[in-house]
Ligand binder design. Structure first.
Ligand code: GLN
Ligand code: ZN
Length: 732
């Protein structure tokens, strides 16, 4: 039995990846130095693999993102040097970023024009093969054509473009073959989505054409099960990789269809996405089950990770501060490789090391049965009408009220004071005072600008999830558990390890202070339960909905305290609610029923309080009926990008709440623009009516500079006044 691993993080033990690339961006090192530094990171990565597993792919490394690199391989963008490379990734006209399936990794979305010409412009796998020639027996890494195309923004017919793309892949594969590269690791996670019959047919036909004879291809899927698995049996590939963690149904699918004797099965049984330590003995039992249902002998089976390992931090070795109780339940990427080795060793009868490793683990999650249909606790439509009247009486807002999404710029000074506070060099008292000064100064600024609803600015929060995790019971946070979110940007997911409780206040101090000095209403800003859950790791074996309800309860307690103390508006941010949804349609309803219920628990305060939510994006055509079940009075969404096509998801549906379409794309580096603001407003007024439209930026302003923010907000307020005037004959 062989061991096979892929997707090991590229960040480096000490985030060398991030440092080298950012140094290059700042001009501190040149291209040559960058290449040599990153080759060293890659060598370290290969060493990790080499120490523990038999097979791993070559050329997974990327300087930014592998979907983007695939676009460069096929000449969709030109890549002449690192200047152009990083320009596409983060320059003025950078490619759009989107979440990679239901993970927190963002990839760059290639835009493919009508009738594209795909040409083989960069044989990336071949160049890695040559650079790391001493590992030439390993397969070279490629993203498969179906996944690449499903993740791209396509301006033409899918089928035809797919056919063309496969012709280009054929060229690439032939060139590899001509250069003595015979083994390929081909990733097709999109096979785990809902794939139509038509697509299955087209995949089978094109794949048969695309693969030249004499190649050994391992077709690797992950993040879910492959519903059309038996069709893959016809393809000229030598191995198929399946995810048995997120794709639990793969077992039943194997049972039904068996597995071809002439192919290898790469069994993803060690979790690539979440860090709960494996119980080796149970894994071996599971492997036996796979063997039984697939009727394969062990020569045709490899043990592998369930999905790429880059969703985990590099190693636990750097975590000196974690309690041994928690640490002994964890495995990061390096430890996953170790587990893969332990499983193969156990299989061969060496059980001692494996036993001592897993003894510390709690074992696999045995999910308790949960109710399949939750009452979402949605208020009846009429309640929102009554609430609207009540809120108007209390808040007395003008038409087109103006506000922000919460955070205001965090500058170097703030980050330094916070860092010194964490190190213990600044006292809690001084830190609190520093934050209070910031709040006071920004309340004044908002007041001067003339915004209607103010926020305290979120200066005390590094990250909207980590901040809450550090205050709630049941979480631990790591020192070095970094994972890449996009490009060189990394974050540290907090870890849920015990029952979640709110034992102390989360946001009261700052919010109350802000309200005490503000002449206008200050909106309390809370992160919602689903977003906290989605952006954390979880070590507990309870069903996710149970943990989510605990979080919702904790947030609700905070909301109640805010409400009891004069806070009249509370915003609950849920930017992760869509992305956290399961990939398969058949599983979505159950998820949304508990996700919506969680929001409705969190927001259950006195009806006098106006509830806002911010979802960050706005493409929710498919889930609009679920969004409508959330008990909010005002929703703020993204709308400024791409000519305000956004509120279209609401067309034709009955929506009796208010909406704050973002009139300024704060991710774009440009200031707000009056034409764009008016465009968003005009469209929104048409859809929602003038009495239901708020005006605000797209998202939080944390990463912007104050100079940019000030003028943009002034413009927003100015235009709000013009619109009020225009509609002044309407009775509010
Ligand atoms: N309230 C948060 C902020 O303003 C929302 C951030 C988000 O949606 N990602 O920063
Ligand atoms: Zn946002």
């Amino acid at each position: 039995m062989k061991s096979y691993a892929y997707g090991f993080p590229r960040l480096g033990k000490r985030r060398e990846f991030k440092k080298s690339i950012e140094d290059f961006w700042e001009g501190k090192i040149d291209e040559k130095q960058l290449v040599s530094l990153l080759n060293a990171v890659e060598e370290e990565r290969i060493c990790f693999y080499k120490e523990y597993v038999d097979v791993f792919p070559l050329g997974e490394f990327t300087y930014y993102d592998n979907i983007f690199d695939t676009a460069l391989i096929f000449g969709i963008y030109n890549f002449s040097n690192f200047g152009t490379y990083f320009n596409h990734a983060r320059g003025k006209r950078a490619l759009e970023l989107r979440k990679y399936f239901n993970t927190n990794y963002h990839y760059l979305v290639p835009a493919i024009e009508k009738n594209p010409e795909f040409k083989l412009s960069w044989n990336k796998p071949l160049s890695y093969f040559k650079t790391f020639f001493s590992f030439k027996d390993n397969p070279v890494f490629l993203i498969g054509p179906y996944t690449f195309l499903r993740l791209s923004r396509l301006n033409g017919n899918f089928d035809k473009t797919f056919e063309k793309l496969c012709v280009a892949y054929k060229k690439l594969l032939s060139e590899l073959k001509n250069n003595h590269v015979h083994n390929i690791h081909l990733e097709e996670p999109a096979f785990c989505l809902d794939v139509t019959k038509k697509d299955v047919k087209s995949i089978v036909n094109n794949y048969k054409e695309m693969i030249p004879g004499g190649l050994d291809i391992n077709l690797v899927t992950y993040y879910e099960s492959v519903d059309f698995l038996s069709y893959l049996y016809e393809l000229p590939v030598s191995g198929i990789g399946l995810d048995f963690i997120a794709g639990r149904d793969n077992i039943a699918i194997l049972k039904k269809n068996g597995f071809p004797k002439d192919k290898k099965l790469i069994c993803g049984i060690v979790d690539g996405k979440a860090p709960l330590r494996s119980n080796i003995e149970e894994k071996v039992k599971f492997l036996e089950l796979i063997k039984r249902v697939s009727k394969l002998n062990e020569d045709n089976i490899s043990v592998s990770n369930s999905s790429p390992l880059f969703h985990l931090p590099v190693t636990l070795d750097n975590e000196e501060n974690l309690s041994s109780n928690v640490k002994s339940k964890l495995s990061f990427a390096k430890e996953r490789l170790y587990e893969i080795r332990l499983i193969t060793q156990f299989y061969e009868g060496q059980t001692k090391e494996a036993r001592s490793w897993s003894n510390k683990a709690t074992g696999e999650s045995v999910s308790n049965t949960v109710k399949k249909d939750f009452d979402t606790l949605t208020l009846p439509p009429k309640a929102f009408v009554n609430r609207k009247k009540l809120h108007q009486k209390i808040l007395n807002l003008p038409l087109f009220p103006t506000t922000t999404i919460g955070s205001f710029p965090q500058d170097k000074e703030l980050r330094k004071v916070r860092f010194d506070f964490i190190k213990g060099e600044v006292s809690l008292h001084d830190y609190d005072n520093f934050i209070r000064d910031r709040i006071a100064s920004f309340i004044e600024k908002q007041e001067e600008i003339g915004l209607d609803i103010l926020t305290h600015g979120e200066f005390e929060r590094t990250d909207m999830v980590e901040f809450f995790a550090q205050k709630l019971t049941g979480f631990v946070t790591t020192q070095n558990g970094w994972v890449i979110s996009y490009g060189t940007r990394a974050y540290r997911p907090p870890i849920i390890y015990d029952k979640i409780k709110r034992e102390k206040s989360l946001t009261l101090k700052e919010t109350f202070y802000a309200q005490s000095i503000a002449p206008k209403p200050v909106k309390g800003i809370l992160t919602g339960p689903i977003t906290i859950l989605a952006w954390s790791y979880n070590l507990r074996s309870n069903p996710l909905c149970v943990i989510s309800f605990e979080l919702a309860q904790a947030i609700c307690e905070e909301a109640k305290k805010l409400a009891q103390n004069e806070i009249k508006i509370i915003q609950i941010d849920e930017p992760a609610i869509r992305e956290f949804a399961p990939l398969k349609k058949r599983k979505k309803d159950f998820y949304f029923s508990w996700a919506v219920r969680s929001f409705n628990i969190a927001s259950r305060v006195l009806p006098e309080v106006q509830i806002h939510t911010h979802l960050c994006y706005s493409e929710f055509s498919e889930i609009i009926n679920w969004i409508k079940k959330m008990n909010f009075d005002v929703i703020t969404i993204e709308a400024a990008r791409e000519g305000a096509r956004i509120p279209d998801s609401f067309k034709g549906i009955k929506f009796n709440r208010a909406i704050g379409p973002g009139v300024w794309d704060i991710h774009s580096k440009y200031p707000a623009d009056s034409k764009a603001i008016r465009n968003v407003l005009d469209k929104s007024i048409k859809i929602f009516g003038p009495k239901n439209v708020w005006i605000n930026p797209d998202c939080g302003l944390k990463t912007r500079k104050w100079e940019e923010v000030e003028n943009s907000l002034k413009l927003i307020v100015k235009i709000a006044k013009i619109y009020r005037n225009k509609f002044k004959n309407l009775v509010v």
